[in-house]
Design a protein around this ligand. Structure first.
Ligand SMILES: Cc1cc2nc3c(=O)[nH]c(=O)nc-3n(C[C@H](O)[C@H](O)[C@H](O)COP(=O)(O)OP(=O)(O)OC[C@H]3O[C@@H](n4cnc5c(N)ncnc54)[C@H](O)[C@@H]3O)c2cc1C
Length: 431
């Protein structure tokens, strides 16, 4: 008989294990500030912290609870570099810019540890990342990637794994090989959200939950953000709504950042014999599919498996059934494993899968579209935005300079066209 989870669908294992998750008030009344931030995920909360620490008067609003967007529901994998491999970026942007973008990502990684240490946040860091190959013909690319990273990008932490080593480290002979990255790892994302919100409030940022921005206007050098019960008038606005903006506030970012639903299932704790076999080194894993699968053994020995993607807003009725099927392809012995928690979230993707950072109205900067690679990058982008506002550095310019075209098809056809394209890529992944 199929395992029946006692936990309601949609409630994540992260919520269950994050510890105390404080409530923050809703915005009530009118405020004036230097910077208004819309969106309480990693990008917005981190920007609020760094701005407030620099003495900037900042007000942040979140439509739900902090972390209810992608930031509290993701795979927790930090990864290395940007979403695209550094050598691909070199081909497109030249070595100097590719190196600068790689350096930003390495700083983002260091910054995450420093931030957690500074603010006493237990982010549940576990070291190690495996990227594994589901098609034989990718092996040379992965082998070359390990060499290029060491030789050209001074990153010596990636090694190529042959089929045997991969099987031993994954605990399954499903993959043809892979790379092992000892210079990165994975975290408990909700703990980082909660800790960053506390840090922002402690630094003096005014932060509000259950306060949806319903309007954004610009006049006479000031922006006004409207909510149901108040307004914020600010010199600048950071629009950090990522995949959860629907274009209602301004149309440009929604044309460039598209939501894709991705789902994660957390199994029951693995029985001792399987616990010893499945990912014995404790790394997080992603695979070489275009529609990527990502998994890790975490916490109390559960397998957290993410993969099924959908292009509609609703959760499919039976997330666990789909996830269990994908788990069983890799670990046939887990074909009947119980899945206690199953939840989904919206990943913000862009056409080239590089972040979208742009001034979309005078004084209004949108930042999002980290394309499944935002755990460390979005948090750090919040810092880069704060540094740009305070005139400390303008490394945000590297993101602003990236060419990110709008999705074709206009408002009505964008989504069906994307669905078609991604369904096509998902099919290619399978054959
Ligand atoms: C299932 C899943 C798995 C993922 N796995 C990984 C991974 O393993 N590694 C990785 O690097 N990345 C991963 N990602 C991506 C990563 O989580 C995101 O890139 C990152 O969290 C983006 O942070 P953000 O603050 O920009 O956006 P979000 O966290 O999405 O925050 C945007 C916030 O804006 C709020 N908002 C929207 N509109 C309004 C409004 N009108 N008024 C007020 N508030 C508003 C939303 O409620 C939301 O909380 C994953 C994402 C998902 C969904």
């Amino acid at each position: 008989m199929t395992y029946q989870s006692p936990i309601s669908p949609g409630y994540s294992w992260y919520e269950a294990t994050a510890g105390e998750r404080p409530d923050y008030p809703a915005l009530d009344g009118d405020r004036t500030c230097d910077v208004a931030i819309i969106g309480g995920g990693f990008t917005g909360l981190s920007a609020a912290t760094y701005l407030a620490q620099a003495g900037v008067n900042v007000v942040l609003i979140e439509q739900a609870k902090f972390g209810d967007g992608a930031s509290g529901r993701n795979g927790g994998q930090m990864g290395t570099g940007q979403r695209a491999w550094a050598e691909e970026q070199e081909e497109e942007l030249g070595l100097e810019r590719a190196k600068a973008l790689f350096a930003i990502a390495e700083d983002a990684k260091r910054n995450m540890h420093d931030f957690a240490a500074e603010h006493g946040i237990d982010i549940g860091y576990c070291p190690g990342q495996l990227s594994v190959i589901h098609k034989k013909r990718y092996r040379d690319d992965y082998r070359r990637h390990a060499a290029v990273m060491a030789e050209k990008f001074d990153y010596p932490h990636i090694s190529y794994m042959d089929r045997e080593e991969t099987a031993q480290r994954v605990g399954s002979s499903f993959f043809h090989g892979g790379i092992r990255d000892t210079g990165t790892g994975h975290i408990h994302p909700m703990k980082l959200v909660i800790g960053t919100a506390k840090a922002a409030a402690a630094a003096g940022a005014q932060i509000f939950e259950n306060s949806k921005a319903t309007g954004l206007k610009q006049a006479n050098g000031k922006a006004t953000v409207t909510t149901e019960r108040g307004t914020i008038t600010a010199d600048r606005v950071l629009l950090a709504v990522n995949a959860y903006g629907n274009g209602g506030l301004e149309p440009v970012s929604a044309a460039h950042v598209m939501p894709i639903r991705s789902f994660i299932g957390a199994t029951v704790p693995l029985p001792a014999d399987l616990d010893a076999k499945v990912i014995p080194g404790g790394e997080s894993i992603d695979d070489s599919r275009f529609v990527v699968r990502y998994f890790r053994k975490y916490g109390d020995g559960r397998l957290l498996f993410g993969g099924r993607e959908a292009y509609t807003a609703d959760n499919p009725r039976e997330i666990s059934t789909h996830i269990r099927k994908q788990i069983a392809e890799i670990y046939p012995e887990l074909a009947d494993i119980g899945i206690d928690y199953a939840w989904g979230g919206s990943v913000g993707i862009t056409m080239p899968r590089t972040p979208f950072v742009r001034e979309v109205m005078p004084g209004v900067t949108a930042a999002g579209g980290f394309s499944g690679h935002g755990v460390m990058l979005s948090h750090f982008t919040g810092r880069l935005y704060a540094e740009a506002v305070t005139g400390k550095t303008d490394r945000l310019q590297y993101y602003r300079d990236l060419k990110v075209p709008a999705f074709p098809g206009g408002r009505s056809f964008r989504k069906p066209m994307l669905t078609l394209a991604l369904t096509w890529f998902a099919m290619l992944d399978r054959i």
